[in-house]
Write a protein of this length. Structure first.
Length: 429
């Protein structure tokens, strides 16, 4: 027999020393369960949420009871050597079934379950429940007197009945993992998915693909024992580490859509609140009042209070808006190349600053910068100065107006262009 190459020995030595703590995926899975639990309890009738809850519960249980210390404790408490093996195998089989049930519920969505969906659910439950029963029967028939904490699968790989039990649970796990991984990767390629959901599915897909490495390592180590070779390090180090990494990816896959959406919503709320700062400061200078402040208020409540304060201040001020100036400013903004939405916001901001300057000194200039003196000429010569102001846009689109107020150069350019026609007419006369 030829000696292994030095590179192969180095790779085997590295992999044999590879080990990931079982408690890492347990913590991440528990976090995912804690995030999902309120929705699961609130919408318990939803089959999709029930499937997610069952999956996370079984996944946590697998890693708790598969930890070496827990295996040793289980064997000692029951007084039966290696009884932790069928217990862990049963939990892993139930977890495999929950993967398939999740996919069935996911494909069906939230609509009323069809007869085909119910048949698929009953089939999965029946088959995997039968596998669990068979695992316990085979264990009762097997002779496994020597306790094995980490390498039971390879130690008893050739033992009658225990050999069949090991192959049974690995086959059930591999089939469920392969089907789930394939369907998830197919789903990722569909159109119309939310970005956070797509990222969550990617993590799930990687997790289930990594789970196949667990099965491959286990099968290879067991087959090596049958052929007289020793690859037990695949069973004791690589397979558990692959399972831990896979479970962590799966847990992150469930966390990402929920946490990502939550953080995105919080960021948008804070951005909207910060965006209104300029307009809020302008209204504070106009009214002399301060915006209500509550240090312990939620971001949503702070945004609502700022919006309410601004609208309350805008309502009496908006009645003094010069509609003629706003109309000319809108046309000027369009002529300067701005799109219609931006042009409306710049026109409203220009008219608002004009009303503030006319009724409250130079406060508008102090916020948005010195405006061109030509704006006053445009205001004075407006043919529509007596038109009734339309306050709808200003009160509804305060975010757009607030963004426009920060663009001092754009507002000044709009003022100059809006005043140009009036100046031309005056000079001609």
């Amino acid at each position: 027999m030829t000696a292994p190459a030095p590179g192969a020995l180095a790779a085997e030595h590295f992999l044999s020393g590879l080990y990931v703590s079982f408690w890492l995926p347990t913590v991440v899975l528990a976090a995912a369960l804690a995030i999902k639990l309120p929705s699961i309890l609130k919408l318990w009738r939803d089959p999709l949420l029930r499937a997610v809850g069952g999956l996370l519960v079984f996944a946590c249980a697998v890693f708790v009871f598969a930890a070496p210390n827990t295996i040793r404790w289980t064997n000692r408490v029951t007084g039966v050597p290696n009884i932790a093996a069928p217990w862990v195998y049963s939990l892993l089989t139930a977890l495999s079934a929950s993967w398939l049930l999740l996919i069935i519920a996911w494909r069906n969505g939230r609509a009323e379950r069809s007869a085909q969906t119910r048949r698929a659910t009953r089939w999965v439950v029946s088959v995997y429940a039968g596998v669990v029963v068979a695992l316990w029967v085979l264990f009762a028939l097997a002779d496994v007197p020597v306790e094995q904490i980490r390498d039971l699968d390879t130690y008893y790989a050739g033992t009658p009945f225990m050999r069949e039990e090991i192959l049974l649970y690995l086959t059930a796990h591999t089939v469920a993992c392969s089907i789930t991984a394939r369907l998830i990767w197919n789903w990722i390629r569909t159109d119309g998915l939310d970005a956070w959901l797509r990222w969550g599915l990617r993590f799930l897909g990687v997790g289930y693909a990594t789970n196949l490495l667990f099965s491959a390592a286990k099968f290879t180590a067991v087959a090596a024992r049958w052929t007289g070779h020793d690859l037990d390090w695949l069973n004791t180090n690589v397979a558990p580490s692959a399972a831990c990494v896979a479970a962590t990816f799966v847990a992150v896959g469930f966390i990402v859509p929920h946490a990502g959406q939550y953080l995105q919503e919080r960021w948008l709320v804070r951005r909207r609140h910060r965006n209104l700062r300029t307009l809020s400061r302008l209204m504070r200078e106009v009214t002399g009042d301060r915006e209500p402040l509550a240090l312990r208020a939620t971001p949503e409540l702070r945004l609502i209070r700022r919006e309410t304060f601004i609208r309350d201040a805008l309502l009496p001020l908006s009645r003094r808006l010069d509609e003629g100036l706003r109309g000319r400013a809108y046309e000027a903004a369009l002529a300067l190349g701005h799109d219609r939405g931006r042009a409306q916001a710049l026109a409203a901001a220009t008219a608002l600053l004009d009303a503030v300057a006319a009724g409250g000194g130079r406060s508008g200039a102090s916020v948005a910068g010195e405006a061109s003196g030509a704006g006053e000429a445009a205001h004075d010569t407006s043919p529509d100065a007596g038109a009734t102001p339309d306050t709808t846009y200003l009160l509804r689109e305060i975010q757009a107006v607030a963004r426009a107020l920060r663009s001092t150069d754009d507002i000044n350019a709009v003022r100059v262009r809006a005043a140009a026609p009036a100046e031309s007419v005056s000079a001609h006369d």
